[in-house]
Design a binder for this molecule. Structure first.
Ligand SMILES: Nc1ncnc2c1ncn2[C@@H]1O[C@H](COP(=O)(O)OP(=O)(O)OP(=O)(O)O)[C@@H](O)[C@H]1O
Length: 246
């Protein structure tokens, strides 16, 4: 689960986040919506550890991670995809996913690598099996040997998702995950997200996707939470209609 409490961020005179608080119970999917400049990206930066808030705390699974670096958060299972996709263009799709798991190393260092110890080989086999599993899940099995740079943006986005899922994250942050996806890929993405047991926080402009895939929504406007609740509650909220849905 994730709990954001009283988080504020200012850029000079601009108050990008003002006392933002909300919780997402374990395994639920929460959408963050709001007009341009509402503070969505800033909130993601705070949760993933790229930006320290001026005030407030972020807890993940009960642990206060407010002062923990982005790298350590990633290692603790908080994974993020970006608005602009970040994949290794010169690696194949399969190697992109494998690389996402290699940071742990194999244990035993170089001697173990050189000796090709059985435990190391078994671990390598498990990782490769996991790669195939995740590629299958993301509809990328047929593209496993394609270079990531050769793929259209929608596929690259799915590669990024596969990378984020490979290590079984405890919290997954998705920044505009449907951008660049066609209708079929968007439907597939909704299925993938629905099938995860991970807590998910996503920023997305595609309202029908958000309403379909999220268990709850947080609506930001000018850095404030102006509404939160189930998609049905949000839809019914007139303030939100006026501020955002039109
Ligand atoms: N590095 C920065 N320096 C100064 N102001 C910033 C910076 N980053 C964001 N802001 C300001 O903070 C506010 C919130 O921006 P943020 O990018 O978080 O909004 P957003 O909801 O993600 O918008 P969008 O939907 O356009 O991505 C905006 O007024 C923005 O101009």
């Amino acid at each position: 689960m994730i709990a954001v409490e009283g988080v504020s961020v200012s850029f000079g005179g601009v108050r990008a986040l003002r006392e933002v608080s909300f919780e997402v119970p374990a395994g639920q999917v929460c959408g963050v919506i709001g007009p341009n400049g509402a503070g969505k990206t800033t909130l993601f930066d705070v949760v993933s550890g790229l930006r320290r808030p001026g005030g407030g705390t972020v807890r993940v699974d009960g642990r206060d991670v407010t002062a923990v670096s982005a790298v350590r958060r990633a290692r603790a299972g908080i994974r993020r995809t970006f608005q602009r996709t970040q994949v290794f263009g010169r690696l194949t799709v399969a190697d992109n996913v494998l690389a996402a798991m290699e940071w742990r190393g194999g244990g035993g260092g170089l001697p173990a690598d050189l000796a090709g110890l059985p435990a190391r080989r078994a671990q390598e086999r498990r990782r490769r099996e996991r790669v195939e599993e995740v590629l299958e899940l993301c509809g990328l099995a047929g593209l496993r040997d394609a270079y990531a740079a050769s793929l259209p943006v929608g596929r690259r986005r799915l590669v990024e998702l596969a990378r984020a899922l490979a290590d079984r994250p405890s919290l997954l942050l998705l920044d505009e995950p449907t951008s660049g996806l066609d209708a079929g890929q968007t439907a597939r993405l909704a299925e993938i997200i629905a099938g995860l047991d991970t807590t998910v926080l996503l920023v997305e402009h595609d309202m029908s996707f958000v309403m379909g895939v999220c268990d709850r929504l947080v609506v930001l406007d000018l850095g404030r939470v102006i509404a939160s609740g189930t998609p049905a509650e949000i839809r019914a909220d007139l303030t939100v209609r006026a501020a955002y849905l039109g």
